[in-house]
Design a protein around this ligand. Structure first.
Ligand code: ACO
Length: 425
């Protein structure tokens, strides 16, 4: 703790309340307001715009500088030199694995990729046109029903097993949900494939043929997962922490995180990008949509442009842009009308004064939406892919909270309802 103090005085009172100021490793100081409740006052901060809900050592973001670090490592370096499973290990354990630990972790994940046959029965109860996120929420929560023997959240071994199971089974669940939606048989995982290859095999393979996965697409999917692996205390991660603070089991907590991610303000943006590109429909209409985006009286915004936190650039979109070029070239679809519209929009945003002045560059969702579409993943599955990638982040935050002293999350409120009154008799 630093020697710095913040002083608060309330109008009409002589008392000055002295509050400690906490210093992070990097980033702004934080005023510790915990003692305020004992003085009879609360702070008011809907949306947590000025509130650190927790202390954490996992991820650091500096939106103004375009910095995203996992356990101190910059995201672009991880995307260039690491892979998704190694990044999962890093998030969970705090350090990069050596070669032996990486192999052991990969093997452990592979041992848990299969999903109990009863989960498939549950899946069959859903209509084929059910939204994949609704099904994923249910199947993830249902995993708790299978593992009664390892749900002690105070036991570090049980928590580790839950983390492995969730990371391992998420691609299998996602692919099962997709196969169910199109009426094809569910594909079993193949342990000789990498994590990303396995996912693509289970999504697009058929039992009548052996695995045939493009290495360019597998690399692209691995990077998409890696770039989504964690993003500090966002809405879904905070949801997982809040649920976990009650002692709820990990499958229920991750299921609640998936539910929060489903909201269009959080995980739904890449889906919105594709909807917008389809709505524009033709290159000749781009100017019309750009004019709408600039018009103060028109609520339309270019989906996939701008970011609440990253005001200079999103370090993930630089990586994603490169992968996007590689995927479109590998698939030979650069001249597909939809992708031509996307490229024109991107060019305009990088050159037009309106977008330059407001720092509205294409964000990570812009490129991931295009890549997923090019690979052949339906838009309704986009948020499922996000959930799959984010699973190690959620589980690392849950585990971090349970590894130390924690309190049940219980915000207070500013009551503005009726004062006490008597029931009319
Ligand atoms: N298209 C056109 N104009 C925009 C856009 C956009 N996508 N985004 C912001 N602006 C304009 C605003 O109209 C405003 O203009 P003004 O200063 O003349 O009034 C200015 O840029 C600043 O906008 P704010 O709304 O203050 O920016 P904020 O930080 O609140 O919003 C947000 C960020 C929500 C991401 C916004 O840029 C947006 O709606 N983008 C489109 C949706 C999207 O892609 N979301 C995904 C974000 S990435 C993620 O969540 C992983």
């Amino acid at each position: 703790m630093s020697d710095k103090k913040a002083r608060v005085s309330l109008a009409g009172s002589q008392d000055v309340i002295e509050l400690p100021v906490l210093e992070g490793t990097i980033g702004p100081d934080v005023i510790d307001v915990r003692s305020l409740v004992s003085k009879g006052v609360f702070t008011y901060d809907p949306g947590f715009m000025s509130t650190a809900s927790t202390e954490s050592s996992i991820t650091y973001i500096d939106g103004d500088a375009g910095v995203l670090l996992h356990r101190g490592y910059p995201i672009d370096q991880l995307a260039d030199h690491s892979d998704y499973l190694e990044t999962c290990y890093l998030l969970l354990k705090g350090e990069l694995p050596d070669a032996a630990n990486k192999q052991a972790f990969t093997d452990e994940i592979k041992r848990h990729t299969m999903v109990d046959a009863q989960i498939a029965q549950l899946l069959n109860g859903f209509q084929r046109n059910a939204h994949p996120m609704a099904v994923l929420i249910s199947l993830t929560g249902a995993l708790a029903a299978l593992y009664h023997d390892s749900l002690d959240v105070d036991d570090a071994e049980h928590r580790h097993l839950a983390a492995i199971r969730l990371i391992a089974k998420m691609p299998t669940l996602a692919a099962m949900i997709y196969k169910h939606s199109i009426g094809q048989p569910v594909m079993s995982p193949i342990n000789s494939l990498t994590y990303a290859e396995n996912f693509l095999h289970m999504m697009f393979g058929v039992p009548a043929e052996g695995p045939n996965v493009s290495s360019v697409l597998a690399k692209a999917v691995d990077v998409i997962f890696l770039l989504h692996a964690d993003h500090e205390q966002n809405a879904s991660t905070s949801t997982v922490r809040l649920a976990g603070s009650t002692g709820a089991n990990p499958y229920a907590c991750i299921s609640s995180g998936i539910a929060a991610l489903w909201g269009p303000a959080h995980g739904g943006a890449n889906e919105a990008v594709l909807k917008m590109l389809n709505e524009i429909g033709d290159e000749s209409r781009i100017e019309e949509f750009i004019a709408k985006a600039k018009d103060k009286d028109d609520p339309f915004r270019l989906m996939g442009f701008g970011h609440r936190v990253y005001k200079n650039f999103d370090p993930r979109s630089k990586v994603m842009r490169k992968i996007c070029d590689e995927v479109l070239a590998d698939l030979g679809v650069e001249n597909d009308p939809l992708f031509r519209i996307a490229r024109r929009l991107e060019k305009i945003a990088l050159e037009d004064q309106y977008f330059i002045e407001r720092k509205l560059y294409p964000n990570v969702d812009f490129y991931s939406g295009i890549i997923l579409k090019a690979i052949g993943i339906p838009t309704s599955m986009f948020t499922v892919i996000f959930a799959l990638g984010r699973t190690p982040g959620w589980i690392s935050h849950w585990n971090e909270m349970l590894s130390g002293p924690y309190k049940i999350g219980r915000p207070r409120q500013l009551y503005r309802g009726s004062p006490k009154r008597d029931y009319p008799v």
